[in-house]
Ligand binder design. Structure first.
Ligand SMILES: Cc1cc2nc3c(=O)[nH]c(=O)nc-3n(C[C@H](O)[C@H](O)[C@H](O)COP(=O)(O)OP(=O)(O)OC[C@H]3O[C@@H](n4cnc5c(N)ncnc54)[C@H](O)[C@@H]3O)c2cc1C
Length: 458
């Protein structure tokens, strides 16, 4: 039996596995091919919905896709890949429990995506949170909403100010969308707290560059900045975080304040698992791939050097550097769901073509721009040169992502969330207690008051 392993079931891995398993269905049924998908999560996360999940516009469960239900013809392994020995055609996985073990394979599709890129800023590791997973989105929602109860019940003005001060570092897609959604939520939620004044809530957007949201172009990025400023967001351009020890934020422009909430979205880097492999890695840690999405050594986009193919290894998405043929001189495809999903289609077709001895296709796609939500009924879009803002852009953002999220059932659930949200008040429930799920029972067992086991998120 030939074993094809997909590492990571995100935007690339999930769509590759879905498409390839359909093409290989009869080989899989006859036991000639096994298509194995390895991911530490038992679900695919549709990342563009993380800000909406954090703001409560969709249920977190509806922004993820359970792999075993969606990829029926694949073997699903819930584990992290920790090393790849391609020369020996084996990889190491770390399951939930027990020791690490080795798995043999014939072909490998490498798609572990990217991770948040933290910088050596004092206090950052202890005080900040990223937004790359549904767990982080849920944590953030619970944490932000809990700040209102903390602020409403404390006598200490310093604690109150820190609770109601929120900072997002990084003004790209992830940062601006997350801030846009959460600021909109907090502006609404505060109306339910007569003890608090809306003016006490302070949102900062800290960005090193001189503009935000480069993904939607300069004009629409400037509009997004104006929109957020009108809503009271303090945007600091050309600025970054100097330190945030114990939640005391110091910006490079000299401003200092305390904040319980620091959201770090200032860049991503290729998944560090690639360093534990014998596959070719580029100068910034990406897996080197050619335009046919084969792993290859010596690919040089700017000089159109095609490189030497590493047999039996494929890659796409955020963890790779794939020449972007729509640019001249050629650069590499930027990390985006748009590239990831389109690459996945070509990748699945090429793995199948190689399997049946047909010619491979090149990945050729011009980045067509982006749509982004900035809170309810607010958005910004620039696609195929068509620029939109406000309600129209927001509808485009929702329509686009609804069309992209996998599965009819999932689309229906998300649409239902939105329709119910439209006709009802904003959901302001936070379930921070799930982070200490066993503590009430432990308190009862120890003879203490379970109500006192209820603590805020750290
Ligand atoms: C908040 C947010 C909003 C975004 N909005 C947009 C948008 O509007 N439009 C757009 O184009 N892009 C957007 N993006 C970017 C887009 O989501 C990514 O570019 C895309 O997900 C990359 O796909 P990928 O398959 O390479 O990686 P991912 O989708 O990140 O998938 C990687 C997978 O690998 C798994 N994995 C990680 N480590 C291991 C390991 N050791 N072993 C096995 N599996 C592993 C992970 O669990 C994950 O399932 C957004 C990103 C974020 C964070």
């Amino acid at each position: 039996m030939k074993r094809i392993v997909v590492i990571g079931a995100g935007h690339v891995g999930f769509y590759v596995a879905e498409r390839l398993s359909k093409k290989l269905k009869s080989d899989i049924k006859r036991g000639q091919v096994e298509l194995m998908v390895i991911d530490p999560n038992q679900h695919m996360t549709y990342q563009p919905f993380l800000p909406e999940a954090a703001a409560g516009s969709i249920s977190p469960r509806h922004g993820v896709v359970p792999l075993r239900q969606a990829l029926k013809h694949c073997t699903i392994v819930t584990a992290a890949v920790t090393a790849i020995d391609h020369a020996g055609r084996k990889l190491t996985i770390q399951p939930f429990t027990g020791p690490a073990r080795e798995l043999e394979y014939d072909e490998i599709i490498v798609a572990p995506g990217s991770v948040s890129r933290p910088l050596p800023i004092p206090g950052l590791a202890d005080a900040a949170i990223g937004i790359k997973s549904m767990g982080e989105a849920i944590w953030l929602r619970n944490h932000v909403l809990q700040r209102f109860d903390i602020a409403a019940t404390t006598d200490d003005p310093v604690v109150r100010r820190s609770a109601l001060t929120f900072v997002t570092v990084g003004g790209g897609f992830a940062g601006a969308e997350t801030l846009g959604e959460l600021e909109d939520m907090t502006a609404n939620v505060v109306k339910n707290y007569p003890e608090l004044d809306a003016d006490e809530i302070k949102w900062y957007l800290v960005e090193y560059a001189d503009k935000i949201m480069p993904e939607v172009g300069p004009q629409m990025g400037a509009y997004a900045a104006r929109q957020l400023t009108k809503r009271g967001v303090d945007i600091r351009l050309g600025t970054t975080l100097k330190s945030c020890e114990g939640g005391h934020v110091v910006l490079t422009d000299g401003e200092e304040f305390d904040s319980d909430t620091i959201i770090w979205t200032a860049g991503v880097m290729p998944n560090p698992v690639l360093k534990q492999s014998d596959l070719p890695i580029g100068p910034r840690g990406h897996l080197e791939c050619n335009t046919q999405l084969q792993v290859a050594t010596g690919v040089e986009a700017a000089t159109n050097q095609v490189g030497d193919v590493v047999e039996g290894a494929w890659g796409a998405g955020d963890s790779t550097q794939v020449p972007d043929t729509s640019d001249f001189p050629m650069a590499y495809c930027t990390p985006s769901a748009q590239h990831a999903v389109r690459q996945a289609r070509i990748l699945a077709d090429n793995v199948y073509a190689a399997h049946v001895g047909r010619a491979l296709q090149k990945y050729e796609h011009k980045y067509i721009g982006s749509v982004a939500g900035l809170g309810l009924y607010k958005g910004v879009a620039n696609t195929y040169g068509f620029k939109a803002k406000g309600l129209l852009a927001w509808l485009m953002h929702r329509g686009y992502h609804l069309s992209r999220v996998p599965g009819t059932g999932r689309k229906g659930r998300i649409l239902t969330d939105w329709i119910v949200g439209f006709f009802t008040k904003r959901e302001m429930v936070q379930l921070g207690e799930i982070q200490a799920g066993r503590e009430p029972f432990e308190a009862i067992a120890a003879g203490t008051d379970p109500a006192r086991a209820h603590k805020p998120t750290d």
